[in-house]
Design a protein around this ligand. Structure first.
Ligand SMILES: Nc1ncnc2c1ncn2[C@@H]1O[C@H](COP(=O)(O)OP(=O)(O)OP(=O)(O)O)[C@@H](O)[C@H]1O
Ligand SMILES: Nc1nc2c(ncn2[C@@H]2O[C@H](COP(=O)(O)O)[C@@H](O)[C@H]2O)c(=O)[nH]1
Length: 206
């Protein structure tokens, strides 16, 4: 289906910096709004239900899967995460641009459902830097960090399935690249709509 709003999907190995980049983009661009995912993971630190995530029990998550309420969902780092249809469909139908910060499995499912979705993969500059960002963030146990680094290798192998790849070495430069992707998609979409309207007009189709 063709919606007036754009859908941007940002994926990256844990610690590459996607949350930081998306947060900075949202502060700069009020036309982009975030999708809030559901997860079975326990809240971390200051996280609030309905702000970072909708925290769900296993049975609540199961019920949503059964009800076909997710556009995508996946097992990530030992927990389940999903994007509800409600989180995005209404908003892109109203012309808003929505950004999803999800793992690569979910990103590929979204592309199946919304072929116009723009998939962006964020890479860290090196393995050493990825590890040190996870350690410096100080939110995960050593065991969790090892699991996330192991999964990073699997995730990075998917990079060629994405529309754009951004290396997050210098934060400001990666943010500039992300803004450029959003801008380019808006221009492309506007041009497509104009071309379609012109074609319909020339064929006398209203
Ligand atoms: N360009 C950068 N240079 C240095 N540190 C950075 C950069 N980008 C992000 N960071 C830091 O790296 C850490 C991980 O970033 P962030 O939490 O945004 O990663 P993430 O990809 O969203 O991870 P997760 O998937 O686990 O949520 C944070 O402490 C963040 O401040
Ligand atoms: N497939 C999905 N993946 C998601 C979703 N929301 C978040 N995520 C990804 O999970 C990991 C871990 O996140 P964390 O908050 O526990 O550090 C990360 O890669 C997220 O992008 C979702 O709705 N679907």
């Amino acid at each position: 289906m063709d919606y007036p709003g754009n859908l941007f999907v940002v994926a990256a190995p844990s610690g590459a910096g996607k949350s930081s980049l998306v947060k900075a983009l949202l502060e700069l661009d009020s036309r982009v709004s975030p999708s809030i995912s559901h997860t079975t993971r326990a809240p971390r630190g200051q996280e609030k239900h309905g702000r970072e995530y909708f925290f769900a029990s296993q049975s609540e998550f199961d019920a949503m899967v059964q009800a076909n309420a997710f556009v995508e969902w996946a097992h990530v780092h030992g927990n389940r995460y999903g994007t509800s249809k409600k989180a995005i469909e209404e908003r892109i139908a109203q012309g808003a641009d929505v950004i999803l910060e999800i793992d690569f499995q979910g990103a590929l499912q979204v592309k199946q459902a919304f072929s116009n979705a723009v998939l962006v993969f964020i890479l860290p500059p090196s393995w050493e830097e990825l590890r040190s960002r996870l350690e410096r963030r100080g939110e995960d146990s050593a065991e969790t960090i090892e699991l996330r680094l192991k999964n990073a290798a699997i995730e990075m192998a998917q990079v060629d399935k994405f529309d754009f790849v951004i290396i997050n070495e210098l934060f400001e430069s990666a943010l500039f690249d992300l803004k450029a992707v959003v801008h380019a998609q808006r221009l492309k979409y506007a041009a497509q709509r104009r071309a379609r309207a012109d074609t319909f007009k020339s064929l006398n189709i209203t």
